[in-house]
Design a protein around this ligand. Structure first.
Ligand SMILES: [Zn+2]
Ligand SMILES: [Zn+2]
Length: 378
């Protein structure tokens, strides 16, 4: 493939050309090279494609910015991809021919681009706290989304003016062209290049939205977070996406929930797990300890002789099920802490305790030494 020409050069305009200048240059050249005007002229056909490609990029603000910065590399060989109907021009290719043939007389029809079109869906990632997920919450988010321009009521035309019906396609947004193939003549339909399928051409664009009919605005939306929602779940808000085109419905807004980890609780489904440290004396003698729950601190009696790692279950202290509303449970795992630094007096008492008790009452230890004997006996 020959090296691509600079899009500005193709349209014969300067790099600082305004939208109007681009449009004007495009219209002139599109007319000049249009296949209808140049039947069978391969060179005109190539030029026509080139002009359309250049226009599809330079007339789109985002694409133009990318092109200005990165040149053709910005589109990585697929510059025509965003331009509806461009590939409808694949004269001659065998696949194309076959498809045309299989499509029967009248050839391929493209999706009408001037009918109602649904607005884009939007996505939002929302961080909430552990408690908000457990009990539900009302949150407000701010998103930037397109809205119909209030100045032109979304028409894109300057107030007092209106868009003109495209002369090229008589407002249908599509043009028909005849294709000669080995199987005979076929009539193909493709998106009108002059109005890009809109059926209308805005000659005096609204200044507020620059003819786009829509502008990006920040909107605050309140979101009801149901109790029990879990990490990664999505809340969908119908119709809170971007507005549709030409009377089409609005898209939806999808809010994906991310839960910040809690300093004390871990979540397992609808249950809550919590590690609680207790002292050796509390474990040995039993004690009333404070236990954190989602509803606040709770007094809990641990029995004497509690081993480290023992798990206690608190029924109904977990997280509400999303649907049934029934709460899961909380599991308390106690860890017996061995003191790291002990005052002399306590050490002395503990020594006396050790001498007095020996292995007495240490069931696990006795069992362990019995197993040792079994393993190493001759
Ligand atoms: Zn406007
Ligand atoms: Zn048209």
């Amino acid at each position: 493939m020959a090296e691509k020409r600079d899009y500005y050069e193709v349209l014969g305009i300067s790099k600082s050309a305004s939208n109007d200048e681009i449009k004007k240059a495009y219209r002139k050249l599109a007319k000049q090279y249009h296949p209808d005007m140049n039947p069978g002229n391969k060179e005109a056909e190539t030029k026509f494609k080139e002009v359309n490609e250049a226009y599809s990029v330079l007339s789109d603000e985002q694409k133009r910015t990318n092109y200005d910065r990165f040149g053709h590399a910005a589109f990585d060989g697929s510059a025509g991809a965003g331009f509806g109907g461009f590939d409808g021009f694949g004269f001659g290719g065998l696949d194309d021919l076959f498809e045309t043939f299989m499509g029967g007389f009248g050839g391929r029809t493209r999706t009408k681009r001037n009918g109602p079109q649904r607005g884009n869906d939007l996505q939002y990632a929302l961080q909430i706290s552990f408690e908000e997920a457990a009990f539900g919450a009302e949150k407000e988010i701010s998103i930037s989304r397109l809205q119909n321009c209030s100045v032109c009521n979304g028409s894109g035309a300057k107030p007092g003016t209106s868009a003109e019906t495209c002369k090229h396609c008589q407002g249908t947004g599509q043009v028909r062209y005849t294709q000669s193939t080995a199987f005979g003549q076929f009539v193909n339909v493709k998106t009108c290049d002059a109005c890009r399928g809109e059926g209308k051409i805005i000659t005096q664009p609204c200044e507020s939205c620059r003819g786009k009919g829509r502008i990006s605005k920040n909107s605050r939306i309140s979101i009801n977070i149901p109790a029990g929602i879990d990490e990664g779940q999505t809340i969908s808000l119908r119709g809170e996406g971007e507005p549709g085109l030409r009377g089409g419905p609005s898209g939806d807004l999808y809010v994906t929930i991310h839960i910040r980890p809690h300093s004390v609780f871990k979540r397992e489904g609808y249950d809550v797990v919590c590690d609680v440290p207790i002292s050796f004396a509390q474990a040995a003698l039993g004690a009333e300890i404070d236990i954190p729950t989602l509803d606040g601190l709770l007094k809990y009696n641990i029995p004497e002789g509690t081993q480290t790692g023992t798990v206690f279950k608190l029924k109904g202290k977990g997280i509400k099920h999303l649907r049934s509303g029934i709460r899961g449970d909380e599991y308390i795992r106690v860890n017996v802490e061995v003191p790291v630094k002990m005052p002399q007096k306590q050490k002395e008492l503990l020594r006396q305790f050790a001498e007095a008790s020996g292995d007495e009452g240490l069931e696990q230890k006795k069992g362990f030494f019995k197993k040792m004997k079994d393993i190493f006996k001759e």
